[in-house]
Design a protein around this ligand. Structure first.
Ligand SMILES: Nc1ncnc2c1ncn2[C@@H]1O[C@H](COP(=O)(O)OP(=O)(O)O)[C@@H](O)[C@H]1O
Ligand SMILES: O=C(O)[C@@H](O)C(=O)COP(=O)(O)O
Length: 414
């Protein structure tokens, strides 16, 4: 089977997000965790999940290039660099540097910037990214603990962290369809623009964008772009779907390390009806070993249903207090290490299903569980499919901080 699309995703929830959309739009897909080392599984699309969003830019570049080498060696026909629909990055990167490195390796003069995911309220108009009805900079993303986003203008953000000029393909053009969009891309390339930010307001625009960009060696964007490209490609495949989904039996635990507005609401709703433990980050930082053991004992003492929740999720004031007291990187590291350790111990104790909130948190949990890759199952909410480890042992729902409705944790167990 030819790999029609190779995806390099900068975090684990982002990877499952796009894998879910590829499958629901007609491609078979397998997710591989970390830079692939052995032979790649057979599928229309291979999604490589990295944890490269918040690491130093040079490390993100070398990890992404290693993933590219593996995908190209396996014959991937085109590459999509998947980042967050809220363009999570710092002024130092990593979206710009990774895009530049992939363009150089693939000999691309121009690529597209398309984070839009209208079904989840991410749209781009005149090059500005909106979350719901507000600009990115006015959304909860301005308070993100690791990648606060304070500028909604993607041209400016992209130029600040890359080596070339960015331009916009405006909605008026996208609306005219694939030919007009392709022509606009060609004009931008002639003008020396390297990054074309694509206005996108609706799901129909994603179909247009998929058709217009499917022949580019490299595209960059969110899972909405993946849906568009999959639709363009699926017309040329057998539309192979994954086998019917059989849930694994066993205990479920919910782990939440996201501090997004939506996760805060989901935690508040869930803890009203289920056993829930709020992580005491001050104690965790002061004495990680003793505190971790206490958290583990608490989880194991809870009834199996509804699944117990352990959360570090907190509002912006508490996040600021903790970061000032202990250092931002130190707090993130301590919380991520706690969830990774906890997942490993719980798995050893027989827990088979993990519902995890937060991209970095999911990366930490998946890596700690030593899961090489995933089969991709049905979506619980747009952008959050169930995934099952390739050894069929563990099932995970890796929820991006901002995704899902308020009752997501309950719905995942239904
Ligand atoms: N109470 C807290 N204070 C500060 N940082 C926290 C707290 N809880 C979690 N974090 C950190 O915030 C980051 C959240 O990122 P992530 O897991 O990617 O969530 P999201 O999907 O919302 O971006 C993680 O590094 C996590 O460890
Ligand atoms: O594109 C998206 O919004 C998600 O797929 C994503 O990347 C999730 O990142 P986190 O919000 O850090 O979970």
């Amino acid at each position: 089977m030819t790999i029609r699309l190779g995806v390099i995703a900068d975090d684990f929830t982002g990877a499952t997000d796009i894998a879910g959309f590829l499958v629901s739009n007609g491609l078979s897909a397998v997710q591989v965790n970390g830079v692939p080392e052995g032979p790649l599984p057979q599928a229309d699309a291979i999604v490589v999940s990295l944890k490269s969003r918040s690491i130093p830019a040079d490390e993100a570049v070398s990890m992404s290039l290693a993933a590219l080498d593996a995908l190209r060696a396996a014959g991937a026909e085109r590459i999509l660099f998947k980042y967050c629909s809220t363009f999570d990055s710092t002024p130092a990167g990593n979206i710009g540097p990774v895009t530049d490195a992939l363009m150089a390796a693939l000999g691309a003069d121009l690529t597209v910037i398309c984070p839009s995911l209208p079904v989840n309220g991410r749209t781009v108009y005149q090059g500005h990214l909106f979350v719901g009805d507000v600009l990115l900079s006015e959304s909860g993303m301005r308070n993100h603990p690791v990648t606060p986003m304070t500028d909604p203008n993607l041209v400016r953000v992209m130029e600040a962290q890359s080596s070339g000029r960015a331009g916009v393909v405006p909605f008026a053009v996208i609306q005219q369809g694939p030919d007009a969009t392709r022509a606009a891309l060609a004009r931008l390339a002639e003008d020396g623009v390297r990054y074309a930010v694509l206005d996108t307001l609706t799901d129909v625009d994603l179909t247009t964008i998929g058709a217009a960009t499917v022949d580019l060696p490299l595209t960059t964007g969110g899972s909405g772009l993946g849906a568009g490209v999959a639709r363009a490609l699926a017309t040329g495949t057998d539309g192979v779907q994954s086998a019917p989904w059989q849930p694994v039996e066993g205990r479920t635990v919910v782990l939440s390390g996201s501090c997004s507005v939506m996760t805060n609401a989901q935690v508040a709703a869930y803890r009203a009806d289920a056993p829930a433990l709020s992580v005491d980050v001050d104690r965790l930082v002061a004495d990680p070993d003793a505190y971790r053991a206490e958290v583990l004992a608490w989880v194991l003492a809870q009834p199996a249903e509804p699944a117990p929740l352990v959360y570090a999720t907190a509002g912006p004031d508490e996040v600021s207090r903790l970061q000032e007291a202990h250092g931002a990187a130190e707090v993130s590291e301590a919380v991520e290490a706690l969830f990774g350790w906890l997942a490993r111990e719980l798995s050893a104790a027989g827990v088979r299903r993990f519902v995890v909130a937060g991209g970095e948190t999911s990366g930490s949990v998946t890596t700690a569980l030593g899961v090489d890759g995933f089969h991709v199952g049905p979506q619980i909410a747009p952008g959050v499919p169930w995934v099952r480890s390739l050894d069929d042992r563990t099932e995970l729902a890796l929820k991006s901080g901002n995704f899902g409705d308020v009752d997501f944790f309950t719905r995942a167990q239904a």
